[in-house]
Design a protein around this ligand. Structure first.
Ligand SMILES: [Zn+2]
Length: 281
């Protein structure tokens, strides 16, 4: 196992042998930064890059008809409605676009959208199914010029990145003045993790509902907000839960009733919108 003393918190920069507390050990090992509360696997960039290339094989893609996670449709459409309420006809970049599912709904809503995807097979699928321009590669500052986009989205992406601060700072560089950053991540304040935190019983976070091997970071509303604001964004909206649009039928009805409570207590997956600060752009 990697020596804890070599960890550096990607959120607050804290480092040191006593800086990180073991949070979970099972399928993966998670540590919690004692200074800012960020929870992560603290893997090397190289091992994560390898995972990103292998997480979805051509065989998996061939077996799936259409999009890999069609149950996300309502959530994507909700996100797009929230974007369009703030930006009329934006030029949008979707970072880590995966199979292009979110891009598909963006384009259906009339949004000019571009994707970036690191996994080669998945990027090819996204290009073929959406017709959108897809750039195959790692998202970083030199991928685009300054101020090229009105909106940059990270939909279920930041939990996969070893250096989320660099990604969010790159987004700030690529956004025009008053541009929006939109982030969605699973939360360490999900019912699974809250139950685990309260009891220490690992059963509550058993995969695939709780701990997910591919996720290197678990955000809370506080740590996500800190990440965005430290890169120069002002928080416009932070919503948690959204079970009403996540589920359909009876579960969806229960979700709509439960959502105000989930949001009040900051429980459930996080949706964040921030605006780029600064003038003269
Ligand atoms: Zn930290």
């Amino acid at each position: 196992m990697k020596n804890v003393s070599t960890f550096q918190c990607p959120l607050c920069g804290f480092t040191g042998p006593e800086g990180f507390k073991l949070y979970y050990r099972g399928e993966v090992t998670l540590h919690r930064c004692r200074r800012c509360g960020f929870v992560g696997q603290f893997l090397t960039s190289a091992s994560i890059a390898e995972d990103h290339q292998s997480w979805c094989s051509e065989k998996t893609l061939a077996a799936s008809a259409g999009f890999l996670y069609p149950q996300m449709r309502r959530l994507h459409q909700d996100t797009i409605r929230r974007i369009l309420r703030r930006k009329g006809s934006p030029r949008l970049l979707d970072v880590g676009c995966g199979d292009g599912h979110f891009l598909h709904w963006c384009r259906r809503a009339g949004i000019e959208a571009v994707g970036v995807e690191y996994n080669e097979a998945v990027a090819a699928r996204a290009a073929a199914t959406t017709g959108a321009p897809i750039i195959r590669g790692r998202y970083e500052k030199n991928l685009f010029g300054p101020k090229e986009f009105d909106v940059i989205t990270f939909i279920q992406v930041l939990e996969h990145l070893p250096d989320p601060r660099a990604a969010v700072e790159a987004a700030s560089h690529h956004l025009r003045g008053e541009g929006l950053i939109v982030i969605e991540v699973p939360s360490i304040r999900s019912p699974h993790f809250l139950a685990y935190g309260a009891t220490g019983i690992k059963w509550f976070v058993r995969p695939p509902a709780g701990v997910i091997k591919w996720h290197v970071a678990y955000y809370s509303p506080r740590t996500l907000r800190r990440l965005a604001e430290s890169a120069g964004f002002r928080t416009l909206q932070l919503v948690t839960g959204r079970w009403g649009c996540k589920y359909s039928g009876l579960l969806g009805m229960i979700g709509r009733l439960a959502d105000p409570l989930l949001n009040l207590t900051r429980v459930g997956g996080i949706h964040y919108i921030g605006v780029k600060q600064g003038c003269c752009s």
